[in-house]
Write a protein that binds this ligand. Sequence first.
Ligand code: Z5A
Length: 228
Amino acid sequence: MTLSPDAALRGRFISFEGGEGAGKSTQIRMLADRLDEAGIRAIVTREPGGSPGAEIIRHVVLSGMGKLLGPEAETLLFAAARDDHVHAVIEPALAQGVWVLCDRFSDSTRAYQGRLGHVAPEVLDAMERVTIGGLKPDLTVILDIPVEIGMTRAAVRRGKSAPDRFEAEGLAFHQGLRDAFRQIAHDEPQRCVLIDASIDASEVAAQIWAALNKRLLSEQPYHENVSA
Ligand code: Z5A
């Protein structure tokens, strides 16, 4: 694959998506370590949040305050957080040739607020035009896990703390979410890779690394630096 000079210098943008307890944070950390060993500069970030302004909004939405405003207004809060995050963190990093590993991005809005919250696609399209413009992840890793396993993992990790606004939703909500992410992977196979996240974390990591090698590391200039 031949890239234009600007595209070759730009960092790569990888988002991680999936239901609760799928292991996104775990896999992002493992991938960041592996990229570091390969000599590729990368930052780890998350949504909602990732920039000082967006972290304030994260606190509001996860507390459940946004839900009280209704689905459209809650979606606007996620969009406002994304706008700040993209402009303050993601775009500057990519422009400097730094890779961005992001725990959730716009597919989460499509799944949670679109499919589950019934916010109309044209409303989501309009918000995306404002917040992300043409920015799309170069690769989206969708971690797929049976709902019961994911919820159990999340409950164990949470311990005695109270569930947040989305963790508190029931089984049907989380099943709908899983379906929504699987549908996104099906609809956009060039951007997305669907990975079984119910297996051992090191095996999940190996599959992510293989997908990344196939789709991104064969491009110039990164292949010269990396041994698979
Ligand atoms: N949201 C939205 O509605 N709209 C939007 O546009 C955006 C987000 C961007 C953010 O929650 C919430 O915001 C999210 C959607 C909504 N809703 N929820 N819930 P968050 O950031 O607080 O949480 P999360 O994104 O859902 O992630 P998570 O539940 O924290 O899980 P995770 O990052 O996918 O998993 P983990 O922390 O890596 O692993 C969970 C536990 O499982 C942990 O103890 C691990 O050690 C363990 N684990 C991980 N992998 C394995 C394997 N392979 N085997 C066994 N155990 C494992």
